[in-house]
Ligand binder design. Structure first.
Ligand code: ZN
Length: 362
């Protein structure tokens, strides 16, 4: 039995850390290519270019908005002419994933610079490729970033819904890692769980409970508080290490099912993962005290606790069944990381219980 965990080489987080690229010594005198979202070009590249030029040579390209093979080819063709030493992905998960694949193809170092804390993707090696219609066409494993640079001032100024969604993604981490660990399911990196990662996953959950509400208020006021700092770390680093080297289970498995229903398409990854986590609590028969704690947390930060809150107020059992089947029939899906004979009916029952508990008057 081999236990395995994978990590980014270096993680840097702080207020205005992007202004001097986190004082990364390796960047001095180098050629750096940035793939940036429109918002990052305006809010980060514009104001900081003069600082950066004192450190290294920087060129940038605007991200087209979708992580597709076409976009990866386009960016690769631009970047390959420049003799760059580093690629930076600056923006949300899709811009970072596109830059990650380009860096790997160029054989150069990669820096993830997330401008929102909506998911735990920045620290990871896995990335998702879509087609132009938005359907997933490939899952790739690249490398974990050489550096993850998280500017908490940038995160504080981003819409609060992103931060809350990131808490939803992070909420799943402990429960999924614990399920995988208890039953010896392999984690995403392909090994069994180390105690180090279980400890990280647990701290991730405790941090949400302790600082989630204050961090949300902090983000609403665009202030970098200690609580916001802790939640950014939970959403990005703790959740990232926790899922990749701790494993996924029903929370993300049910998320994948819910994504097959059109009503959920306007909701963020973390919002649907949060509802998947709630459903997983019933599927796995977690005790009442845990159920109440998790629902209390979701309500306190505004994560969805009912089907109506993820666009499925009128969903029928037949529709749920049709959404579950493509995921259920994939025996590789982490949906199957439970130690009992899972059926689509059990999943529907758990989803209905999650919705019923969430609909209780508090
Ligand atoms: Zn996730």
């Amino acid at each position: 039995m081999i236990k395995k965990a994978i990590f980014p080489r270096c993680y840097l987080q702080g207020k205005h850390v992007l202004r001097n690229f986190g004082e990364i010594r390796e960047l001095e005198g180098k050629r750096v290519f940035i793939l940036a979202t429109n918002a990052a070009v305006t809010k980060i590249i514009g104001p900081n270019m003069s600082f950066w030029k004192q450190i290294c040579t920087v060129e940038y390209e605007k991200f087209g908005g979708k992580c597709t093979w076409d976009e990866i080819d386009r960016i690769f063709n631009i970047a390959k002419e420049g003799g760059f030493d580093f690629v930076i992905g600056m923006g949300g998960g899709k811009a970072i994933d596109t830059a990650r694949v380009v860096a790997k193809r160029l054989g150069v170092k990669f820096i993830a610079a997330p401008t929102i804390a909506a998911t735990d993707a920045p620290t990871a090696s896995a990335c998702v490729i879509y087609n132009n219609e938005g359907a997933i066409v490939d899952y790739l494993t690249t490398n974990n970033p050489d550096y993850v640079l998280v500017d908490t001032q940038v995160i504080a100024e981003a819409p609060v819904r992103f931060l809350v969604s990131g808490m939803g993604d992070a909420l799943a981490t402990w429960f999924e890692a614990e399920t995988c660990d208890r039953s010896y399911f392999k984690n995403i990196s392909g090994g069994f769980n180390l105690k180090a990662i279980m400890s990280i996953a647990n701290i991730c959950y405790q941090t949400l409970l302790e600082y989630g509400v204050t961090a949300k208020i902090s983000c609403e006021k665009k202030v970098v508080s200690a609580a916001l700092d802790h939640i950014v770390e939970a959403n990005t680093l703790l959740s990232g290490l926790g899922f990749e080297s701790g494993g996924l289970s029903t929370a993300h498995g049910i998320h994948d099912c819910l994504c097959n229903l059109e009503g959920t398409h306007d909701y963020y990854h973390g919002e649907k993962v949060a509802f998947g986590t709630l459903s997983g609590l019933f599927l796995e028969g977690r005790p009442q005290s845990v159920v109440e704690e998790v629902y209390g947390f979701c309500r306190s930060v505004g994560l969805p606790t009912t089907l109506a809150q993820i666009g499925l107020g009128n969903v029928t059992d037949e529709e749920l069944d049709a959404a579950i089947h493509p995921v259920f029939e994939n025996k590789e899906s982490y949906l199957h990381n439970v130690r009992f004979d899972l059926t689509a009916e059990l999943i529907i029952d758990a989803i209905r219980m999650a919705d019923a508990f969430g609909s209780l008057e508090m």
